[in-house]
Design a protein. Structure first.
Length: 338
């Protein structure tokens, strides 16, 4: 038995060594690291120009340029349109994080067959170190799960369609399309004065209260109704490009909305104005509190928001009348039973 001891010890050592090596992935192939499409960080980007060809441009590229100025992203072409900061930040992260799935052709000679010719969506990206990157987004791969992309004069590569959805944005995808800028958790009151309706929504809660209580024209309403009313207005958006408010001529006042919020412990009051122009009766232009921008809003949707408090009032009145109705019914039943 003793003569087998050295052999057994050697076997044990080999087994322990194998287990350790396996735990350290010595026997496994390393997972392939996906190559980054652009090889940059979002913080490296100084400006981006989008050349977008759509049906609206009739084959011509609509050019939009965004640039970082004093730490804030701004659109400078075609106009200084207001941007959605969250959309821009997500877009930059998507660009820097995009992966290429595979190389389709190292030295392409026919870009048209990949949709990378004149019909491609193009982006010119300028970095803070003055380097420039040119990216073209082409057509779908046969499997329909990726798109052809080319960076500078490099190879044609495949990039997942889901990734392209995040990076291939148009100007309109990046614009701030909602004129009413408010935070439901900060709102203290809304006061609407218009042709079709006049009302005031007000929080009666003290600062720091766990739950807010609300009144509409002085009558208590459910907090859920108040939040619905704020959301109804906040979520109104435009489907068109905004305009400079100064461009509106012969405008007629339609409504004003005063919003009071508590921001960083300070009371802030913003006033939005609604205007109409004789030539566009189906639109109401909402002017931002700074007086710079005009948002074209559908008159019907704004009227629905304007009259939304009527539905709250009807609901509250209905619930208040229910006990009375029940008592009347009980009385009638008692009378009938006599």
């Amino acid at each position: 038995m003793r003569k087998w001891v050295p052999t057994i010890l050697v076997v044990i050592v080999l087994i322990v060594g194998w287990v350790y090596a396996d735990s350290q992935n010595y026997f496994r192939e390393e997972e392939a690291v996906q190559a980054k499409l652009l090889g940059i960080q979002s913080g490296d980007i100084q400006s981006i120009t989008i050349h977008d060809i759509t049906e609206e441009t009739s084959g011509a590229a609509a050019t939009s340029t965004l640039t970082l100025e004093n730490g804030v992203w701004q659109m400078v072409e075609p106009k200084a349109y207001p941007l959605n900061g969250y959309s821009v930040s997500s877009w930059l992260d998507a660009l820097s994080g995009a992966n290429q799935e595979l190389v389709v052709e190292e030295a392409p000679t026919d870009l048209d067959k990949y949709g990378l010719g004149t019909d491609a969506t193009r982006m010119d990206i300028k970095l803070k170190d003055n380097r420039e990157i040119k990216m073209a987004i082409g057509g779908q791969l046969p499997a329909d799960d990726a798109r052809y992309v080319r960076v500078d004069s490099g190879p044609v590569v495949a990039v997942q369609t889901e990734t392209i959805t995040s990076i291939g944005l148009s100007r309109r995808d990046l614009l701030d399309t909602t004129p009413f800028n408010m935070d439901e958790t900060n709102v203290g009151s809304l006061e609407w004065e218009g042709e079709a309706a006049t009302w005031m929504l007000k929080s009666t809660s003290e600062n720091g209260a766990a739950e807010q209580t609300w009144t509409l024209n002085g009558k208590t309403i459910e907090a859920t109704d108040a939040v619905s009313l704020i959301g109804k207005i906040k979520n109104l958006s435009t489907a068109d490009d905004v305009r400079k408010a100064s461009e509106l001529k012969n405008s007629v006042p339609r409504f004003t909305l005063s919003v009071e919020e508590t921001v960083n412990g300070q009371q802030v009051r913003d006033v939005y104005r609604g205007l109409t122009v004789p030539s566009e009766s189906d639109q109401i232009w909402v002017i931002t509190p700074d007086g710079q921008w005009a948002y074209a809003m559908d008159a019907t949707s704004l009227t629905e928001a304007e009259k939304f408090p009527d539905t709250i009032k009807a609901s509250t009145t209905s619930s208040e009348e229910t006990p009375s109705s029940v008592n009347d019914a009980t009385t009638s039943s008692s009378t009938d039973g006599k």
